[in-house]
Design a protein around this ligand. Structure first.
Ligand code: NAD
Length: 359
């Protein structure tokens, strides 16, 4: 039976990087006879412009039915003035929570060819291979009550709620332990249990889940220390697991270790392993429409989708090898470019990956 993939290009550079990722997906679909059917939908600002909401009913309905979703990026200054509940990013948060995509996998892998593009010394980052597992549907981004209220003295006050229940912590911990088991067997849980009660519970539940994984070595770090360790000695980490907000911040920091946020794919999985795949970066309005966007994070997201949800490891390997091959050829978009390498546009990078695909 054929499998369906919903493509949501999104806003600003979203459609540019997605066009290249789709060319790669179409080529492996044909070459490996995967039988995938691709269809398109609107999300974010693009949906707001057409339907007046960032997550239209029909997008959500299709998202619930298909096997996997490939997303570009949403948001940007065009919609800065819209009401908060209509912001493009609400569409993204909405789809993640409606589909219960609680497990966000963000690998930070440094391709040896890009060791010079990192902001850290090559010897500190060479061979870096970290997997950050971020809880995606709970924590302070979703906690209620939330809002901005006016106090009796007329002063305004913003407030949010940092909340995690046991079952939310348990399911993300199980996912992280099972992934660590398939890698180097080391898991670092990141919290702020010296200050936040919600993360005292986080640590307790992670300790309980650890009993099911005696083969995985568990450690804990406070988030401030984790941030410091990530830039000081990043190779000490194998898998890191943390809540929504800390994971958001730490994974962007890890991204920069690898040279560019334009290189990093991500997966967001539900309990059954169905998922949405997207680059870690946003819609990069500052470079949109100029052919400067690096499409590799989105192309590598296609590889993750094939590996984790569509069970086509062979095709995933082929894509990752093709990306490595174009980096070997010295081709670089501006974000990863340095002297002596060939500067290429978004489309030229896509051309090169398609040409390097062995299928
Ligand atoms: P951003 O990730 O879009 O951009 C940060 C910096 O990285 C910019 O200088 C940008 O040019 C660069 N960059 C990002 N992706 C790149 C790529 N593929 N190639 C080369 N350079 C790249 O973050 P931002 O500027 O804070 O946010 C812009 C918009 O994107 C905002 O509206 C934000 O809400 C939204 N956003 C969306 C997502 C998402 O859709 N998942 C994630 C983060 C931010």
């Amino acid at each position: 039976m054929s499998k369906q993939v919903l493509i949501l290009p999104g806003d600003y550079i979203g459609p540019e990087i997605m066009a290249e990722a789709v060319r790669v997906l179409e080529k492996v679909n044909q070459g490996f006879q995967l039988g995938l059917e691709l269809e398109y939908g609107l999300l974010g600002g693009a949906a707001l412009d057409v339907h007046g909401v960032p997550l239209p009913e029909e997008t959500l309905a299709r998202a619930k039915e298909v096997d996997a979703i490939l997303l570009g990026a949403v948001g940007g200054p065009k919609w800065d003035g819209v009401e908060r509940h209509l912001r493009p990013e609400k569409g993204l948060l909405g789809i993640r929570s409606e589909l219960q995509l609680f497990g966000n996998l963000r690998p930070a892998i440094l391709y040896p060819q890009l060791a010079d593009a990192s902001s850290l010394k090559p010897e500190i980052v060479a061979g870096l291979d970290i997997l950050i597992v971020r809880e995606l549907t709970g924590g302070i981004y979703f906690g209620e009550p939330r809002g901005i209220r006016t106090l009796e003295n007329g002063e305004r006050e913003g407030f949010n709620t940092y909340v995690y229940n046991e079952s939310e912590i348990r399911r993300i911990a199980h996912l992280a332990f099972s992934l660590a088991r398939k890698r180097d067997g080391r898991l670092c849980s990141v919290d702020k249990s010296n200050v936040l009660e919600a993360t005292i519970l986080w640590r307790e539940v992670v300790e309980e889940v650890a009993k099911d994984y005696p083969d995985v070595e568990l450690s804990h770090l406070y988030v401030d220390n984790a941030a410091m360790q990530l830039v000081m000695q990043p190779k000490q980490f194998d898998v890191m697991v943390t809540g929504n907000m800390f994971g958001d911040i730490l994974s962007d920091a890890a991204a920069m270790l690898t040279g560019s946020i334009g290189m990093l794919p991500s997966a967001s999985l539900d309990q059954a392993g169905r998922g949405m795949y997207e680059p870690c970066h946003g819609s990069a309005p500052d470079i949109a429409g100029q052919g400067k966007a690096n499409p590799l994070a989105t192309i590598l997201s296609v590889a993750m989708m094939l590996r984790y949800t569509l069970a086509s490891a062979e095709a995933a390997d082929a894509i990752e090898q093709a990306v490595s091959a174009v980096l070997d050829q010295g081709l670089r978009t501006p974000d990863i470019h340095s002297d002596g390498q060939q500067l290429v546009s978004t489309v030229e990078m896509g051309d090169a990956v398609v040409a390097a695909l062995n299928c």
